[in-house]
Ligand binder design. Structure first.
Ligand SMILES: *Cc1c(COP(=O)(O)O)cnc(C)c1O
Length: 871
């Protein structure tokens, strides 16, 4: 291993890329006979171009006709079989027709102008539903609503027929979805690349207070939002062996063959920009080689065993790994990552070759963003394709790789860091392991030259971690190969420079490490999720321009103190709370009072996110209420504590946190002495659609991770944009939200990131010195007040023998104080409403449009390229 000497010399007489197969314009890969004879070809081309340019009118008659046509033809329905699912599907197909035209035009236009594109590589895209989003983007919501009404259907119930595309775990996958929305809306040429899992994030059912997992068969109904492209497939190899031989120029050339070959097939998901002709693309790969397997294990609730069965079946894209911020070193996951990386890079290269430009121009047409380390195998794969398949020299190829890739780091949690055993890579991807060795060797040689005689530096900075087993540090590989590395919030970007990438700074310089604070798409998280507030904002702004430029929201500040406006603001929040109350009654069978404070924590369940600390404080509140005389109690502020979120199927402690929340809920909600003063709700199956109902209804939301652990968070932004206040730690994007909205409008508490290490150290050795309030709460749990305390013992042990790694016991006292401040503040209604308006008004920075604009200008070097309007 690692014996290959790169030759910058002779090898690349090949500097010009040969034209690829196929002779059509994008996106055809011609595998079948193309039309012979110029006349026919010209005729069909011009007719098709004309078709794409024709915009169908947007009136009820046209829309109705299209829906009826799809009911009758695409869906093969007879009248008595038409139900709301069929109506949803027919509506979706008719919208899709319009999208595809624009999609074709966009791709053709970008190809014709040879613009540089960004390819956003992400193993996850948490898209949620598409129909509502597409209708709003195309300005068709009203006409579709009128049409459906006219046909005797209700818009809302049709929209709810759509299954969520849950191809992601949480924040990282949702970020990718928001970024593609912004690329499209701002007319940036770019695509997302991902995997088409047959089963996305599992569905969560709560049984006896425990989470159970049910497979998410999201492709059960026809999916109008994906366009299968059976003609676009790539072969992807695993295992096999590498041989080398000298070529005509006496350069050593490597050949990888044998092993097992899979096929990746493309599915395209069109993503419309808001109020633009641009429709961009997410290309998802599906592994074609699959064997039937037994689904009963899934249905029996044994998710882990079912996953193992899937592994046997070797359908690589069968299921999404349900781990958020946690690495599971399974071979199947490695294979997913490589299938993704290889198909994507082959596809990008194929598209590049069609331009017939020389290879050195590759980075002038292609920018690739690695969304976390999951797509990092794209690095050695591009190097391999350029050197082994295209005949470039090592140095030429490496220069291209380096000018093409950039990398986003999403976490500093040690358990989330991707490391792959060298032996596993050698077995499954022998050529790539050898390329990684070489990348690392040449890197270390250069480091050594700059900083001689520092063996410890070389050990620390190496992409290969010594030890047994030897492992490849994927974050280091991504860092070495990328021209730019970014964190996702100011505090996080500073932390990574001081921790994981510290040793890289003297060599690369600090400028390689930048910040790009995350953002959210205002289209989905305000315009779509909160239609009433959107209408009010449009009225105040004077038009809908704020949907594409959130800075316009600042004008809302002028209305603070305007009694009529504030009344409407409050009424809208109340209506959203009523909508959530109805949802809670429907799915949880719990009645909650919309006049109570809605205090929300919804996100993946994780020890570092500290839902545990939240429920401990709820128990504290319950104890206090119980201890009060009735008269005093009735003066307390009524609260609904709302939780939602999934635990990874193998994350035992996180699952116990869910059980504890549900056990507390059962006791508190049934306590007639408490009544509406305190309700605890765990809403099952948190996903994008559920988030769209919950977020606009919050008065307060909690983002209370141990300082330094949440890289950014994005739901904090969603809540504040909808006029909800934050109770949070000084962590992630909370810090910048505070800067934007002012510290009067956020409730901060807890130790600071730079204090955490100290506290961890002292805490570890004094596990018994708990705050009295916390001691009492733990005592309540141990007394059996919420059922068999034995069930919760391992959870409580995390605070004791576990060393309280996430500092729950340290932050608990200041957390209780912060909760008191929230309660006090809420009682001052006029001031609270003013705060709520200020939150929304000042949130512009957290639009994903701002984030994408920064990436485009400072990292990708791409230019906006709007597709002209129809004539
Ligand atoms: C925004 C979002 C997240 C991320 O939430 P955080 O609180 O930032 O972790 C997770 N899941 C869904 C469905 C989301 O919409």
């Amino acid at each position: 291993m690692g014996t290959y000497t790169p030759s910058s010399a002779a090898a690349a007489a090949v500097t010009k890329a040969p034209a690829g197969p196929g002779n059509m314009t994008f996106p055809g890969l011609v595998r079948h006979n193309s039309l012979e004879g110029g006349v026919a070809k010209t005729k069909i081309a011009s007719l098709m171009e004309d078709f794409d340019r024709q915009e169908e009118p947007a009136d009820v008659g046209t829309v109705q006709k299209a829906i009826i046509r799809h009911l009758s033809t695409t869906l093969v329905k007879i009248p008595r079989d038409v139900d709301s699912l069929a109506t949803y599907l027919a509506s979706a197909y008719s919208v899709r027709d319009r999208l595809i035209q624009k999609w074709n035009e966009t791709q053709e236009y970008h190809e014709r102008h040879q613009v540089k594109r960004v390819y956003y590589m992400s193993m996850e895209f948490l898209l949620g539903r598409s129909l509502d989003n597409a209708l709003l983007a195309l300005g068709l919501k009203k006409v579709y609503s009128d049409t459906l009404n006219g046909l005797g259907f209700n818009m809302e119930s049709c929209l709810e027929e759509e299954l969520n595309a849950g191809l992601g775990n949480g924040g990282l996958g949702r970020l990718a979805a928001c970024y593609v929305d912004s690329l499209a809306t701002m007319d940036y040429p770019g695509w997302g690349y991902g995997l088409r899992y047959e089963y996305g994030m599992f569905k969560q059912k709560i049984v006896d207070g425990f989470q159970t997992e049910v497979p998410d068969n999201w492709l059960a109904d026809p999916n109008p939002w994906e366009l299968p492209r059976p003609e676009i497939t790539y072969k992807v190899r695993f295992y096999g062996h590498v041989s080398s031989a000298r070529d005509a120029q006496d350069v050593e050339r490597h050949k990888w063959d044998g092993g097992q070959v899979f096929e990746a097939m493309a599915y395209d998901v069109p993503v419309p920009g808001y109020g633009t002709n641009n429709v961009t693309n997410i290309r998802l790969w599906s592994c074609k080689k699959s064997e039937l397997f037994d689904l009963t294990a899934f249905n029996d609730g044994n998710y882990d065993a079912a996953m193992a069965a899937k592994l046997q079946a070797e359908n690589l894209t069968a299921v999404l790994y349900p781990n958020d911020n946690h690495m599971v070193g399974k071979e199947l996951r490695l294979k997913q990552e490589f299938l993704f990386a290889s198909a994507t890079l082959q596809d990008i290269i194929f598209r590049f070759k069609k331009t017939t430009r020389p290879w050195v121009d590759f980075p002038d047409l292609v920018a690739i963003q690695l969304n976390d380390t999951h797509p990092t195998l794209g690095v050695p794969e591009l190097q391999r394709l350029l050197v082994d398949e295209e005949g470039l020299s090592w140095d030429e190829a490496w220069d291209i790789v380096n000018r093409t890739f950039s990398f986003t780091n999403h976490t500093v949690l040690p358990e989330a860091m991707e490391r792959w055993p060298v032996t596993m890579l050698e077995k499954i991807l022998p050529r790539h392991m050898s390329i990684i060795y070489d990348i690392n060797l040449f890197f270390l040689q250069k480091v050594e030259k700059k900083f001689p005689n520092d063996r410890d530096l070389l050990r620390r900075i190496s992409a290969i971690e010594e030890g047994s087993p030897q492992q490849v540090r994927m974050a280091f590989l991504a860092c070495i190969a990328s021209h730019t590395v970014n964190g996702v919030a100011e505090i996080h970007s500073e932390i990574i420079k001081k921790t994981i990438f510290r040793d890289f700074i003297p060599y690369f310089g600090a400028d390689k490490f930048v910040n790009k604070t995350n953002g959210i798409a205002p289209r989905r998280w305000l315009h779509q999720a909160n239609p009433q507030l959107s209408e009010l904002i449009t009225e105040v702004v004077g038009d809908k321009s704020w949907i594409k430029d959130l800075r316009k929201l600042i004008i809302l500040e002028d209305r603070i103190g305007d009694a009529e406006f504030e009344e409407r603001w409050v009424a809208i929040k109340h209506a959203n709370k009523q909508r959530l109350a109805d949802y809670i009654e429907r799915v949880c069978d719990i009645k909650v009072n919309p006049d109570a404070v809605f205090d929300v924590q919804v996100k993946r369940i994780h020890e570092y996110k500290r839902q545990f600390m939240n429920i401990l404080a709820v128990i504290h509140r319950y104890n206090q209420l119980k201890a009060m005389p009735e008269a005093r109690r009735q003066k307390e502020l009524p609260k609904v504590m709302i939780f939602s979120g999934k635990a990874a199927s193998g994350y035992y402690i996180a699952k116990l946190i869910i059980k504890l929340i549900n056990s507390v809920a059962a006791v508190v909600n049934a306590d007639s002495a408490i009544g509406d003063l305190l309700k605890v709700v765990f809403i099952p199956d948190y996903n994008v659609s559920v988030a769209e109902v919950i977020i606009p209804a919050s008065d307060v939301s909690q983002h209370i991770s141990t300082a330094g652990t949440e890289a950014s968070g994005t739901s904090n932004m969603k809540f504040v944009l909808n006029g909800g206040l934050i109770l949070g730690t000084v962590d992630g994007a909370n810090v910048e939200i505070c800067e934007e909205i002012g510290e009067d409008n956020i409730f901060n508490f807890g130790c600071l990131a730079d204090e955490v290490e100290d506290f961890r150290h002292t805490q570890r050795y004094r596990p018994s010195s708990l705050h009295p309030a916390l001691k009492t709460v733990l005592g309540t749990i141990e007394s059996g007040a919420f059922g068999d305390p034995g069930v919760f013992a391992p959870l409580l042990e995390t605070l004791r023998s576990g060393g309280d790694v996430y500092l729950v016991s340290i932050d608990f006292p200041s957390y209780l104080e912060a909760i008191k401040s929230v309660d006090r503040a809420y009682r001052d209604r006029p001031k609270w409403v003013a705060r709520s308006i200020r939150c929304t008004a000042n949130l512009a920075k957290f639009s994903s449009d701002r984030a994408i604009h920064e990436y485009a200008e400072q990292i990708w070097n791409i230019k906006q390229c709007p597709v002209p309007s129809k004539v």
